[in-house]
Design a protein around this ligand. Structure first.
Ligand code: DQA
Length: 200
């Protein structure tokens, strides 16, 4: 896992975008030999490896196939910003909202589903651009149905204004909402939506 933004902490290492090929991380909160057992408590939104004294919530910003090509991929539709540019913008917005932003991209359906399982287990909010999986991946939809923390579906373009096959989203019904058509700002708006949901 990689963290792009840690709300305003200047001591953080430089941002890095996680790609599908990254080696898997060890599970969070693995107890080390000799550690006293942690007292049982109910899991909370944002539960994860972050310092429990820090009231920051981690938001996974997950991106599906071909989104690693942003910048050169059909710029007339998707614009010129790269995913790294979008991640940097999310990092800044996340910091202003007190959110830790973890941006990942994969072309692999199984890996994306693994990240959704992680979000479900850690009760992490998710901003998801499922890309083409939006339109047909029932496996992704079923994985998303397991999670309980906020989920906002995002698209750079407006699929409703494009080819007919893009008019169907199998994800929307299990999301809290969908933001589409605003280019990279769709991500910023989605993060603000997550913050609003968490604030109640
Ligand atoms: C997209 C829209 C999808 O239809 C397409 O398959 C993508 C990108 C968007 O962000 O506009 O890959 O999710």
């Amino acid at each position: 896992m990689t963290v792009l933004s840690r709300g305003g902490d200047p001591s953080e290492p430089p941002a890095r975008l996680s790609r599908g090929g990254d080696p898997p991380e060890p599970p969070a909160r693995l107890s080390r030999g000799g550690d006293p057992p942690e007292p049982a408590r109910p899991p909370a939104v944002g539960d994860g490896p972050q310092d429990p004294a820090t009231p920051l919530t981690t938001v996974l910003i997950l991106n599906g196939p071909n989104l690693g090509r942003l910048g050169s991929r059909e710029p007339e539709i998707y614009g010129s910003a790269t995913l790294a540019d979008i991640g940097a913008a999310c990092s800044a917005v996340g910091a202003s909202l007190g959110l830790i932003v973890d941006v990942r991209q994969t072309d692999d359906e199984a890996e994306l589903i693994g990240w959704i399982h992680e979000a479900a287990d850690r009760r992490l909010p998710v901003v998801l651009n499922p890309a083409a999986f939006t339109h047909y991946s029932y496996a992704l939809r079923d994985a998303l149905a397991m999670r309980t923390a906020p989920l906002v579906e995002v698209h750079l373009s407006n699929p409703a204004a494009r080819e007919t096959f893009r008019h169907t989203s199998v994800v929307s019904a299990v999301a809290d909402g969908t933001i589409a058509g605003f280019g990279p700002r769709s991500y910023e708006l989605a993060l603000r939506a997550v913050a609003g949901i968490l604030d109640g």
